[in-house]
Design a protein around this ligand. Structure first.
Ligand code: NDP
Ligand code: MG
Length: 400
């Protein structure tokens, strides 16, 4: 995809008020000659979105409701900021596929990001994908849409961005054809890597959200603590790199310095290393195939001194096993897994269930819900809704 070098690229940031959104705006602000925020979206943090609009002067801002829009418009007028305010999913889709947009950062969390992310894909945009749940839910349709529209899909998830950097340029020919034996997906193991299994019954949302290496939104922090995040990433890797689940091995690497590796048939193993800071994959994807400064400090190998590796413990982290099973079952199983997980994580954050209940609930929902093909987006959302209903039923029976 060619780009007009005479003007900055216009970027839509979906989920601008979140952790990835803010890191994206940080990188954009370092390169005003190359990038310019075109549209920013927020959900609950309207005041933060207002401050971002004042700072980055986007053409559009998107909020979920009429009330939020009124509040934002009032603040923008007081600040003398000409940003136009749009509402709801229609507004998100509009700024995702607008003709003026060069690239879309898809950084809304969860299923709520699917339609706007797909709108960007269908419009053939350069799509920087952080919203892994969108791909997990609708993988086959999503990738088919990428092929049809010619969208350029670049992974933001640090592991997938690392894999992308370690793959040959022609990996779309097929992993075997380019000599890839395995993908090694690294995992930090999260805050409970060494917590005694019995103690997991009593861990709090605060403990689950205190990730040792990464600062992230609350949902993905809980996913990292349960290792569902790695499970979702396994499914994400299968779609992005056209791999069967057996080709993707999870490696626990507590330091989060190696962000993933690609193992080739000749015995070469290529890895991408860096400080755990999402501005590296964001800058990599924004500028690809060029390289730009991200603001991330150089890696100090002497300070790190050692790198450790362990096999994942599926007894301690049953979510990883459930995700692998869902990846193998394909069809609706990953969408059901994702929906049940979203409901479970929210209930855990609200202290309605205990940490091990997250896996318990997802397993029961997966057992109850038959695996069916998902030929359309309506079918994807129907599977998502059925799984949410089963999850809520489980909560009514077992929740506090
Ligand atoms: P955050 O919770 O920090 O941010 C989520 C963003 O989505 C916020 O802008 C939020 O708005 C918005 N949002 C939340 N709910 C809705 C909704 N229903 N409709 C529209 N917008 C909504 O999450 P992260 O930035 O940590 O993660 C974003 C995505 O990136 C996730 O899919 C995550 O898995 C992925 N990711 C994140 C990484 C990280 O390091 N943080 C690493 C790799 C992937 P508001 O805040 O205003 O409510
Ligand atoms: Mg990741």
């Amino acid at each position: 995809m060619g780009c007009d070098v005479s003007r900055p690229q216009r970027i839509t940031v979906l989920g601008a008020t979140g952790s990835i959104g803010l890191s994206t705006l940080d990188v954009i602000a370092r390169h005003p000659d190359r990038y310019q925020a075109f549209a920013l979206s927020g959900y609950s943090r309207v005041d933060e979105l207002l401050a971002l609009c004042v700072r980055h002067r986007p053409a559009f801002a998107v909020v979920p409701s009429t009330e939020a829009a009124a509040r934002l418009r009032e603040g923008l007028a007081a600040a003398g900021c000409a940003t136009e305010v749009l509402e709801g999913e229609a507004g998100l889709c509009q700024v995702a596929c607008a003709a003026e947009v060069d690239a879309v950062m898809a950084a809304i969390v969860g299923a709520a990001g699917l339609r706007p992310t797909l709108a960007a894909v269908e419009a053939g945009k350069k799509v920087l994908l952080a919203n892994k749940e969108a791909l997990v839910m609708s993988g086959a349709l999503f990738m088919e849409s990428v092929r049809r529209s010619g969208a350029v899909l670049l992974p933001i998830d640090s592991e997938h961005n690392a894999i992308f950097q370690c793959m040959p340029g022609d990996y779309a020919r097929g992993l075997s054809a380019v000599g890839v034996r395995r993908i090694l997906l690294t995992a930090s193991g999260g805050p409970f890597r060494e917590t005694p299994v019995e103690a997991l019954l009593d861990v709090t949302p605060e403990q689950a959200c205190a990730h040792p290496n990464w600062s992230m939104g609350r949902k993905i922090s809980v996913d990292s603590a349960s290792m569902m995040n790695k499970g979702l990433e396994l499914i994400e890797a299968c779609w992005l790199f056209d791999a069967v689940p057996a080709k993707v091995e999870v490696v626990v690497h507590p330091q989060s310095v190696i962000h993933s590796l690609v193992d080739y048939v000749d015995g070469s193993v290529l890895a991408q290393l860096g400080n755990p800071d999402m501005r590296t994959p964001i800058a990599n994807a924004l500028a690809w195939p060029e390289r730009i400064d991200s603001g991330v400090a150089p890696l100090d190998l002497f300070a790190i001194a050692r790198l450790d590796f362990q096999a994942p413990d599926e007894q301690r982290f049953p979510c990883l096993r459930l995700a692998r099973q869902a990846a193998e079952a394909g069809n609706s199983a990953p969408a059901v897994l994702n929906a049940a997980n979203e409901v479970a994580v929210e209930a855990f954050l609200e202290r309605r269930i205990r940490f091990p209940d997250i896996a318990g609930m997802i397993e029961q929902v997966l057992d109850q819900e038959p695996v069916v093909p998902l030929p359309s987006l309506d079918a994807v959302f129907a599977a998502d809704q059925r799984a949410r209903e089963l999850s809520r039923e489980w909560l009514r029976r077992h929740g506090r």
